[in-house]
Structures are given as C-alpha cells and as structure tokens.
Design a protein around this ligand. Sequence first.
Ligand SMILES: [Zn+2]
Length: 100
Amino acid sequence: MIREFFLGFIKIHILYHAGEEPVYGAELAQELARHGYELSPGTLYPTLHRLHEQGYLDRETRVVDGRARKYYTLTDKGKLALNEARHKIAELVAEVLEGE
Ligand SMILES: [Zn+2]
C-alpha cells in the first residue's frame, strides 16, 4: 500500500524534473534517492516507459561517451498533468499538514 502511494509521488517527481531539463534514468534514480526513494531499475525503467507510452514524456536517444542514453522531456500533456497535480498537492499539503 505504502509503495503504491509513493509511486504516485515518484511519477510527479519525474514529470517535474523532465519539465526542467532532459533527464535520463540513472540521473533520475540518483535524484529520487536524494529524496529518499530507493528505486530499483526494475521499477524505474518500466515507470519511465509507461509515462512515455501514455504521452506524458517525450523520449530521445543520444549517444554519450559511446553509449546510447534515453533522455526524457515533458510533453504538453505532461505539463497539463503536472499543473493539475500541483493544485492537488497544494490542497493536500494544506489539509494534511494543517496544524503540524
Ligand atoms: Zn526531485
């Protein structure tokens, strides 16, 4: 159950960072670890794949140091979803953290 909640938070982090600049898997794994989410590649990569399939992320392969790396950026659909999430997060924080 807890894991299921966090996966939602993780997706919002991914959308947010992909909206700031193009991001790739290993970089996101580090960023998420910084936030306290230890994600295995077996969770992260399918999540990125799904966000791409669903049209929230664009994907572009670039060759870096002789290795192909997939970079993700936020699509317009992703921007809309992130904006909607922002409002819901603000509302949730206001309610849940009220009186903390
Ligand atoms: Zn972050």
